[in-house]
Design a protein around this ligand. Structure first.
Ligand SMILES: Cc1ncc(COP(=O)(O)O)c(C=O)c1O
Length: 411
């Protein structure tokens, strides 16, 4: 007889048959880099981490104070309203009107989400299914493609770095694909490429949506982080936009509340209702204290948002100036939290994954390889502006030092 200590803890002959939808996802490209980053940290080595767009600055104290105060009220610890409390939805509508001149009905054209990513992906689940096609921006912020794929839909990736060409390609695809695309996803300021647009882009997009009868989701995550006086336009301030689509916004970036998980989906009421239906089954809404603190944030902390954007602008300058001095060709982004940098010669042929590994291993600087954003991202790196200017200058020095011997050997 076997004693208890001999009972195997796992039976290797038993495999878990995961759903086919998981098998549609491509391999995770950041695995190797994340492993090396972890090993370095374990060994006590300082890594300057520009990998993820995860804000490191705290929210305004007014927001955290309101959060603390609301924690004392036992009513806030119950399940909240799934769509977001009424005053929060009113505040979102008021902010849209104040900043973009867009009028939204808070009752049925605004819904609160557990971060904009949750709202975005569940909206795709609500709209897309087998046989449906979505056009997504390329290079691609992964969830823009994967949420369509997880919903069973097909993806066509179109380069967005020249926005007018993107629109021409959308029209061309609509003319030649049968069945026509059901959904067009846009994201300006764009992650990762930093591409920005003017209002006329949305005018044309709405006209195309009406002509070819596709829906639009605008991911407006970087709405609040604009530089040099540029003001990113909102899809919803375009006449007719609300007939064809929705826009996702977030408190993660401009208010530095990424971990709080609060964002919004606004616009077409049938699309908002479809999202509300899915969310009604999947979740019970956002912790009420967070919603209350978010109201205070939007009502009283607009100047904090401006300071946060200014801080990112200083960081952008520190990084772009530094890398330009090293001879890199970089466009200074007008908005967003990233610098999208072309890998300089003679390292371009290494490929962005191996080059990122080299920067991490030899310079102690973690970046995202462009290949992680699809084939159109190859040849580029994405550097997130999540460390302060001094650390960014330190990163530039370390990169310069790490690349110097090879420059001397090959140039
Ligand atoms: C383009 C884009 N959309 C959405 C998100 C997700 O934001 P949230 O924190 O609101 O889920 C991000 C986060 O990095 C992003 O870059």
């Amino acid at each position: 007889m076997r004693n208890e200590s001999e009972v195997p803890l796992s039976d290797s002959a038993f495999s878990i048959p995961v759903a086919d939808r998981l098998k549609r996802l491509p391999p995770y490209l950041f695995g190797k880099i994340n492993k090396l980053k972890y090993q370095k940290r374990q060994a006590g080595i300082d890594v300057i981490d520009l990998g993820m767009g995860n804000p490191t600055d705290p929210p305004d104290p007014l927001i955290t104070d309101k959060m603390k105060e609301s924690l004392a009220d036992p009513r806030n610890h119950r399940y909240s309203v799934a769509n977001g409390i009424g005053n929060l939805r009113k505040e979102v509508a008021a902010r849209y009107h104040r900043i973009y001149g867009a009028r939204l009905n808070p009752d049925d054209e605004v819904i609160a989400c557990l971060g904009s990513k949750e709202g975005f992906s569940h909206m795709c689940l609500a709209l897309m299914g087998p046989g449906d096609t979505a056009i997504v921006p390329a290079p691609t912020f992964p969830i823009h493609a994967y949420s369509v794929m997880l919903a069973g839909g097909n993806v066509i990736q179109l380069d967005v770095r020249e926005p007018h060409k993107f629109l021409e390609n959308v029209a061309y695809t609509c003319e030649h694909l049968f069945p026509k695309p059901k959904l067009v996803i846009v994201n300006f300021p764009h992650n990762p490429s930093g591409t920005c647009i003017e209002q006329s882009f949305f005018d044309e997009l709405v006209a195309l949506a009406k002509k070819y009868k596709f829906l639009v989701i605008s991911d407006f995550a970087y709405a609040d982080i604009c530089y040099d006086g540029y003001k990113a336009p909102s899809f919803l301030s375009t006449p007719g936009a609300i007939d064809v689509g929705v826009e996702l916004t977030t408190m993660s970036k401009g208010f530095s509340m990424a971990g709080w998980r609060i964002g919004f989906c606004c616009g077409n009421r049938e699309m908002v209702r479809a999202l509300a239906t899915i969310k009604g089954y999947y979740d019970y809404g956002i912790f009420q204290s967070i919603q209350i603190a978010a109201i205070v944030a939007m009502r009283h902390c607009e100047s904090a948002v401006e300071s946060i954007a200014k801080e990112y602008e200083h960081r952008r300058d520190a990084l772009v100036d530094g890398l330009t001095r090293l001879g890199w060709e970089i466009e200074r982004p007008k908005a967003g939290m990233f610098v999208w940098a072309k890998i300089p010669e003679p390292w371009a042929q290494m490929g962005s994954i191996d080059f990122s590994m080299k920067l991490l291993d030899e310079a102690g600087v973690a970046v995202s390889p462009g290949r992680g954003f699809g084939e159109e991202g190859e040849g580029y790196l994405r550097l997130a502006l999540v460390e302060n200017s001094q650390r960014l200058r330190q990163a530039v020095r370390a990169i310069g030092k790490c690349l110097k011997p090879e420059t001397a050997a090959t140039v």
